[in-house]
Design a protein around this ligand. Structure first.
Ligand SMILES: [Fe+2]
Length: 301
């Protein structure tokens, strides 16, 4: 794809993200973009299967999860893997669940995912969309520097027998960051009406189940159905919820695989993740990818 097409595709997504505070990018466009950013056909194929290697989750029985920390460095114009740190979301992040405020230790994302050129292209894409954009500030984050911290979650939700998979058991919530991006990798045996994402005004009550929300406070709905369908959300300006994963054939398990890129400024004093916010590179699984920026002329902010 010519460079101008890539630039105009991303500029269009960026301007709708700036205007609406969320954006949904369908599969066909997303595949075209990541290919233009270096994703190979082999790696696109591999990405559809990478979630098969997930094993467990520290707090949710119907989920299999790996996480990794990555740092966007706009001065060096690189994104790099950062060292392992525990993970925590709290009620201060608008995240109300039985494990709010609990230190969670996930299995680590490995080279099979982080060295995948399609995954690397998704990082570059995300940066091109949000770089330089003004958002509502979260308390206790440091907006004075250049750096961004991105926790990548590779998640498989499973519905199997009596175990009902909830892509967002927490109901209405935020992810405790500035920019959330979710990219769909695939599913098996999932019904048509499963796993719909709803976006809510900030006045919606945290923890409300998706089916109990106030329609007047629901801004939009979106559903990830096709490989690489991607949703971007300004996380401190819109809350979200996700409906249940139902099995089409109840005799067989249903699965839904997703990547979530949770990107925020580094923490400042008094934040609950102050002890878990190291900028040091990962000593055993390094990864560095050059970033690209949208031309100033193609940006609105
Ligand atoms: Fe979320």
């Amino acid at each position: 794809m010519p460079n101008e097409t890539l630039t105009s595709d991303i500029a269009e997504i960026r301007s709708s993200y700036v205007r609406d505070r969320f954006a949904f990018v369908p599969s066909v466009k997303m595949v075209r973009i990541v290919q233009a950013l270096g994703a190979t056909d082999e790696d696109l194929d591999r990405l559809t299967m990478v979630s098969d290697a997930l094993e467990g989750d520290p707090t949710l029985p119907f989920r299999r999860t790996r996480t990794g920390r990555f740092g966007f460095d706009p001065v060096a114009m690189e994104v790099r893997r950062l060292e392992f740190q525990p993970f925590m979301l709290s009620t201060e992040d608008d995240f109300v669940r039985h494990d709010s405020g609990k230190v969670r230790i996930f299995d680590e994302i490995r080279d099979d995912l982080q060295l995948n050129t399609a995954l690397q292209a998704l990082f570059v894409f995300k940066f091109m969309v949000f770089d330089g954009m003004k958002v509502e500030h979260r308390p206790k984050l440091d907006y004075d520097g250049d750096r961004w911290v991105c926790t990548l979650l590779n998640v498989r939700t499973v519905t199997d027998g009596d175990l009902i998979g909830e892509p967002a058991l927490e109901g209405v919530h935020s992810d405790g960051v500035d920019h959330t991006m979710t990219t769909y990798l695939g599913s098996a045996n999932m019904t048509e009406e499963s796993a719909v994402t709803f976006l809510h005004e900030m006045d919606e009550v945290n923890g409300t189940r998706w089916h109990d929300t106030n329609p007047e406070l629901t801004r939009a709905r979106a559903q990830h159905r096709d490989f690489l369908d991607t949703c971007l959300i300004v996380d401190h300006e819109l809350k979200h919820s996700v409906s249940t994963l139902y099995a089409a054939d109840p005799e067989r398990p249903a699965t839904r695989d997703l990547l979530a890129f949770l990107t925020r400024r580094p923490v400042a004093g008094g934040h609950h993740s102050q002890a878990f916010d190291s900028p040091a590179p990962h000593p055993a699984m390094p990864m560095t990818v050059p970033l690209r920026a949208l031309d100033e002329t193609a940006r609105v902010s």
